[in-house]
Design a protein around this ligand. Structure first.
Ligand SMILES: Cc1cc2nc3c(=O)[nH]c(=O)nc-3n(C[C@H](O)[C@H](O)[C@H](O)COP(=O)(O)OP(=O)(O)OC[C@H]3O[C@@H](n4cnc5c(N)ncnc54)[C@H](O)[C@@H]3O)c2cc1C
Length: 309
């Protein structure tokens, strides 16, 4: 892989200020962890994403898509290849009636605020989730009884050959914190949502209530990637278990390895207490998984995505 060559190829189409070399990934993740990426590119048009994807493919260069990096844990060695950040340069939001059309880089808080301004209900759940719409569709993000699956109509996506097409809600295969996007290595470009007419004061009050609950329960003052583990899937006839409760009942509240810790405010969150390394965080996550498995016979699958090559 020739980084100078791929940089030169990208700069033929993309503004120099949107191509960053040897850039620390910790600046791009809410965990504040991660070494340098060879290249981070911030496209500002679908054609640019297409150009990057095709250039990487033709030159055998690995690439990875990120949004706001709020669900990522990146290796201290960084990433060899190209990180494509779909974020502020692709973040337009247009509302017509009850239909919201937004580019994948739009933050959920921005879309929820615009929807509230137009008295549209159905997206209040997403206001406090610190990700982009592209990341949220990929993860089928959800909170307080709502999820992307409830409001999405379709998404415009790109495959690994640079082909652009529309996927309906059904073909997105949205499940608990998963979708077809990661499975097939697709890129979310634009999304259509369908909301409902509501009362602005009620919508704003719901957002305020949800955000208050987050502040009360979650360690929002410390770098993290949100809930580190998924809710375990209950076997037939069993009740729903919760990762945070299982971790707490395993005696791991506040458990620490170096700068990595199980939050003492919410045991489902692994936090960076300051200077945590990738190794400390992955060791801690493994320790939590092993302890819960041996105490309760339940395997806690991670919700956080690990970037390591
Ligand atoms: C404090 C805190 C609270 C949180 N609360 C919640 C919550 O209540 N509910 C919840 O579901 N999540 C929550 N999260 C996790 C996270 O915010 C969501 O998963 C969010 O949807 C991730 O969006 P992102 O843009 O940050 O994606 P990233 O973290 O950048 O990426 C996440 C995944 O999506 C992929 N991806 C990102 N953009 C695209 C794109 N355009 N096309 C294709 N793939 C893409 C990445 O490759 C990666 O696999 C929380 C995180 C934090 C830090």
């Amino acid at each position: 892989m020739d980084i100078n060559l791929i940089t030169e190829i990208l700069s033929r189409k993309i503004l120099k200020e949107n191509i960053l070399i040897n850039e620390p990934m910790k600046k791009y993740t809410t965990f504040r962890v991660g070494g340098p990426a060879d290249i981070i590119v911030k496209p500002s048009a679908i054609e640019e994403i297409q150009y990057i994807v095709v250039a990487c493919k033709e030159n055998n260069v690995p690439y990875y898509i990120i949004g706001n990096g709020s669900n990522l844990l990146v290796d201290d060695l960084g990433f060899r290849g190209v990180i494509i950040q779909v974020y502020k340069n692709l973040s337009d939001v247009v509302i017509e009636g009850t239909t919201v059309r937004a580019q994948a880089g739009a933050l959920l808080s921005k879309i929820a605020t615009k929807a509230a301004d137009e008295s549209l209900t159905g997206f209040e759940f997403a206001h406090g989730i610190p990700g982009t719409l592209g990341g949220a569709v990929t993860m089928n993000a959800g909170a307080y009884g709502g999820e992307i699956k409830d409001v999405i109509v379709s998404a415009k996506v790109m495959n690994q050959d640079g082909k652009v097409y529309e996927l309906s809600k059904e073909s997105l295969e949205l499940g608990y914190r998963k979708s077809i996007i990661e499975k097939e290595g697709l890129i979310v470009l634009e999304v259509t949502l369908d909301l409902a007419k509501g009362k602005k004061e009620e919508i704003l009050a719901t957002i305020k209530d949800f955000n208050g609950r987050r502040r009360d329960k979650q360690p929002l003052d410390k770098p993290s990637a949100g809930s580190t583990f998924k809710r375990p899937v209950p076997k037939e006839g069993e009740m729903q278990l919760y990762a945070g409760k299982l971790i707490e009942d395993s005696g791991l509240r506040g458990f620490r390895i170096g700068g990595a810790a199980v939050s003492d405010k919410h045991c489902g969150f692994v936090v960076n207490e300051g200077g945590a390394t990738f190794e400390e965080l992955t060791k801690l996550i493994k320790h939590v998984q092993d302890t819960v498995q041996s105490k309760f016979g339940v395997y806690l699958e991670t919700e956080v995505k690990v970037i390591k090559n």
